[in-house]
Design a protein around this ligand. Structure first.
Ligand code: 5GP
Length: 213
């Protein structure tokens, strides 16, 4: 009997959103280190670089004029103003990765998620991450020491409005423990990869099997 190669799969867009301080960056970092078929979408932003952030790795940092010029050129698949700064997802990168059979992870807000849903609903898998409590969220935001007091207050003030979008997502996960949360996200990802519509070579594969019966 001839061996069949594994059926190929259509790449998916995995969006992870949450209010600021819920731990999304840590979740995504862990997830990326555990899964070689995932690649991260690096957004463009007009936000000032934080200490330790690397241009081109954490974000493509740019001034507002450059951002607006890129936007006019149609370089972003989605964009939004979040906490007073502009953010956008480079279009070309996403399509290049999907072409290579990779899944792309996006750390973007609800506005960007809605825009991605308009252009690629079938390929989109969206997860909203909730904090275990508001006290915990505030502790994390203040404790990470990344932002000024003013920025932290601004982000906290928007928490309720960010939280209100939870029901627009396919999945909701409470980040009460990082390892457990990453495991839950991996479970979602692995199940979504097995969806019949994503296994694009399945028809030929089954035909091949049937022909050998
Ligand atoms: P931060 O400034 O803390 O890195 O990100 C602030 C917020 O902007 C987060 O909620 C993050 O998910 C969101 N964000 C980051 N990049 C993008 C993007 O390209 N598009 C949209 N819509 N939101 C983004």
């Amino acid at each position: 009997m001839q061996m069949q190669k594994n059926p190929k799969r259509r790449g998916l867009l995995l969006v992870i959103s949450s209010p600021s301080g819920v731990g999304k960056t840590s979740i995504v970092k862990q997830l990326m280190s555990l899964d070689s078929e995932l690649t991260m979408s690096v957004s463009a932003t007009t936000r000032p670089k934080r200490e330790g952030e690397v241009d081109g790795k954490d974000y493509h940092f740019m001034d507002e004029a450059t951002f607006q010029a890129r936007l006019q050129e149609g370089a972003f698949i989605e964009h939004a103003k979040v906490y007073g700064n502009y953010y956008g997802t480079p279009r070309q990168f996403v399509f290049d990765q999907l072409d290579q059979g990779l899944d792309v992870v996006f750390d973007i807000d609800w506005q960007g998620t809605q825009q991605l849903a308009q252009v690629a609903r079938q390929d989109l898998v969206s997860i909203f991450v909730l904090p275990p409590s508001l006290d915990e969220l505030e502790k994390r935001l203040r404790g990470r020491g990344l932002d000024t007091q003013e920025v932290i207050e601004k982000r906290l003030a928007q928490t309720a409005s960010e939280l209100s979008h939870w029901a627009e997502y396919d999945y909701v996960v409470i980040n009460d423990n990082l390892e457990k949360t990453v495991l839950r996200v991996q479970n979602i990802l692995n199940s979504e990869r097995l969806k019949r519509i994503r296994q694009t070579d399945l028809t030929d594969f089954v035909r091949g099997l049937a022909s050998q019966c």
